[in-house]
Design a protein around this ligand. Structure first.
Ligand code: HEC
Length: 134
């Protein structure tokens, strides 16, 4: 009986080993950040970004969100533009929208809807997007 039980357990064990990790957003923060090569804060920022910003900017900030084609000017490819945008100006955009830089009002202000911790985290994620990613 013992061995029969072991055989019954085998497929379960195999399935558990082969199962792909759940999407980053569904993993506990403590394990998720290790999987993407991001810090813990950047991972929190990634979650904020995916829920609030990716609809226009795309998940990796490449300017390819599903709403991007609707916008004029379109959201830029962060990998190209963010290195030239200093942190204080990034923060200004996140808090008050691109209008605060004298540009279009296409990027909405988030100062009222994000907690300070979320703002800091999303800025950390922007920094991660601005550096070359694997
Ligand atoms: C409704 C679509 C939309 C959403 C949602 C949105 N953005 Fe934007 N964003 C844009 C557009 C369009 C631009 C370019 C506007 C311009 O240059 O006039 C932009 C520009 C920016 C820039 C300036 C980039 C650069 O290098 O010039 C930053 C930073 C930015 N967005 C961050 C964010 C963050 C962070 C969020 C989420 C908290 C967010 N955006 C949400 C549309 C959006």
């Amino acid at each position: 009986l013992r061995t029969r039980l072991l055989w019954l357990a085998l497929p379960v064990v195999l399935a558990a080993c082969g199962a792909p990790a759940p999407p980053v957003g569904e993993q506990p923060l403590d394990t998720a950040f290790r999987n993407e090569g991001l810090t813990r804060t950047e991972t929190l920022g990634q979650r904020v970004f995916v829920s609030r910003c990716a609809t226009c900017h795309g998940e990796k900030g490449r300017g390819d969100g599903q709403n991007a084609y609707n916008l004029d000017p379109p959201p830029p490819d962060f990998a190209q533009t963010l290195p030239a945008l200093p942190e204080p100006e990034r923060r200004l955009v996140v808090m008050e929208g691109t209008a605060a830089l004298g540009r279009s009002a296409m990027c909405p202000p988030w100062g009222r809807s994000l907690e300070a911790r979320e703002t800091d985290a999303v800025l950390a994620y922007l920094e991660a997007l601005a550096r070359p990613m694997k």
